[in-house]
Design a protein around this ligand. Structure first.
Ligand code: E4P
Length: 233
């Protein structure tokens, strides 16, 4: 059992939400059809992967995603200056009531989060890699912060330790900002996020579906069906 430095048992939650981390409409539909999907996150790389080019196509794609899923849909701004982020964020928020403006963890991003928070527009502070960044985004009024678990693991930092640390801090301090564990790479990231107190995970479809898998489920079901067949042949 891995060492857990931060105990976050004080945080009371009803259940961890599942977002899908893709801009692929077929995968979003497949996850939604499972009946367990609470929302969607995208980023410019995921949009590019689907070949969505140009402002009009990007805006239409967000609308298409919102039409598929009844839940929050994070849409990321491209601007990195305050005025640009406000302009883009307002246009994104006007697309659909479920759009959450995704803003990078930079100085002007914090100012933009504070602005949108005052306007009642939901925000997701992305590219969070430290507890200090999480505190700053929460203080500015971010609806969600996205710590990137997998990218931390990639450079030999423990992404799950960060989720546990932020969960502990938010519980102690009473921040309402929700912890959206991002950069999920495998089903254990999802299980550990639940254990560490994440409010939400955003995951590729493959890692969500991998939660289904257990060899004893497969062999057990095969045996049940074979025994049934023997008596009913
Ligand atoms: C979601 O909000 C993030 O942009 C995403 O999870 C990043 O994932 P990656 O590290 O696999 O690119």
């Amino acid at each position: 059992m891995a060492k857990i430095s931060f105990i976050c048992a004080t945080k009371i939650q009803h259940n961890m939400k599942f977002f899908i981390d893709t801009a692929n409409l077929a995968q979003i539909k497949e996850a939604n059809d499972l009946g367990i999907l609470d929302g969607v996150t995208t980023n410019p790389s995921l949009m590019a992967k689907e070949g969505i080019k140009g402002d009009a196509a990007v805006m239409q794609h967000y609308k298409d995603i919102c039409a598929l899923v009844d839940g929050d849909v994070s849409a990321e701004v491209i601007a990195t200056d305050y005025e640009g982020m406000i302009k883009e964020g307002e246009a994104l928020a006007a697309l659909h009531k479920n759009i959450v403006v995704k803003i990078p963890m930079i100085k002007d991003g914090i100012k933009a989060i504070k602005y949108f928070s005052g306007k009642g527009i939901k925000t997701n502070c992305t590219l969070v890699f430290s507890a200090g960044q999480a505190i700053l985004a929460a203080k500015a009024g971010a609806t969600y912060i996205s710590p990137f678990v997998g990218r931390l693991d990639d450079i030999s930092f423990d992404g799950m330790e960060l989720i546990a640390q932020i969960s502990h801090i938010f519980s102690v301090q009473g921040y309402e900002t929700e912890i959206l564990a991002a950069s999920i790479r495998n089903p254990m990231h999802i299980v550990k996020s639940a254990e560490m107190g994440a409010d939400i995970i955003t995951s590729p479809l493959a890692s969500i579906l991998a939660l289904l898998k257990h060899p004893l489920t497969d062999s057990g079901l095969a045996q049940f069906l074979a025994d049934h067949q023997k008596l009913n042949a």
